[in-house]
Design a protein around this ligand. Sequence first.
Ligand code: ADP
Ligand code: IOM
Length: 344
Amino acid sequence: MSATFPKFDSDCSSLLCRYLSQQTFSVLHDKVTASGYTFLQAINSGVVNQDSGVGVYAGDAESYTLFAPLFDPIIADYHGFSSTDTHCSNLNPEKLFAPDPDPDAKYILSTRIRVGRNVAGMPLGPGLAAPQRKSIEAQVAKSLTNLSGELAGNYYSLTGMDETVRNQLIADHFLFKAGDRFLEAAGLNRDWPAGRGIFHNLQKTFLVWVNEEDQLRIISMQQGGDLEVVFARLVKAIREIEKSVSFLFDARLGYLTSCPTNLGTAMRASVHIRLPKLSLDMVDFKRITDLHHLQIRGIHGEHSEGEGGIFDISNKRRLGVTEVECVQDMYAGVVALIQQEKVL
Ligand code: ADP
Ligand code: IOM
């Protein structure tokens, strides 16, 4: 029996809606990967949430080949990465030139750089079974609690975490929220909260989210605009963690992630920045961010709005550019945004 082509609202602008033709659907609708992840699961988030930016999730490495007639054009559109392009990495902090764009601390409130990682030999989050998620949590928590120096800290499982503590961590931008409807429809909230948690050092400048959209989100963050220090700390942490955990990696697509927007470097380098004048004219604001390949988010993360003229500005491209280039994109754009805010 063949499944019915999904219904999209007339104003739906997701990449799923743009690239899922009747023809592609008829070729893919009944495809299932060896680990049991179906094409219908892969598109469910974008079908249920018509306001998705992208709307598709991979359930395992094979999703990227089996569902390529849909995933490849989405990847090409989002990252500007064609099927003949190759991805390469540069995680050398010495190659980054990004002195604090706001030394007087007038505009930038905080800087955060994260990478997504998933464990080699496991399905991605949407395709995980409960025991696999638990075993990833145990392996990652063990690896993290062996870290020392500035990276030393504790792992806190979501199961049994005090509600007040959890809500405060979310409000302070350290922890992911519960019940995200995009993740819910992707199957990423299954068995919630089991297997999820957060590791952080005492200062909360180094954090790792476990089993959210990706199995690891390795995060370096601090107040102010010192991008170079934040990047160097992140690289140090990645290097330490990969001594005991092997990550899912593909020669063409780099680090494999559940959402195709995060492929490659899986890096999002952001600042929370106050731009009260520039943000009155969203057309001009977007002109500058588009020029520098940047994304505008609200201050509570993806799918949230800016508040009081404060926005989350980050690199958009993550595949086909190196990690250093991701931060360099963000740096150049933030310098331009501050310059324009000063003119106004
Ligand atoms: P991700 O970065 O993993 O894509 P989100 O966009 O959902 O996820 O952001 C996760 C959290 O990180 C949110 O609470 C968001 O406000 C916070 N955040 C992002 N960038 C910064 C920043 N530069 N400073 C402080 N918090 C930040
Ligand atoms: N990364 C993912 N959460 N996002 C792109 C969802 C969407 O809007 O499609």
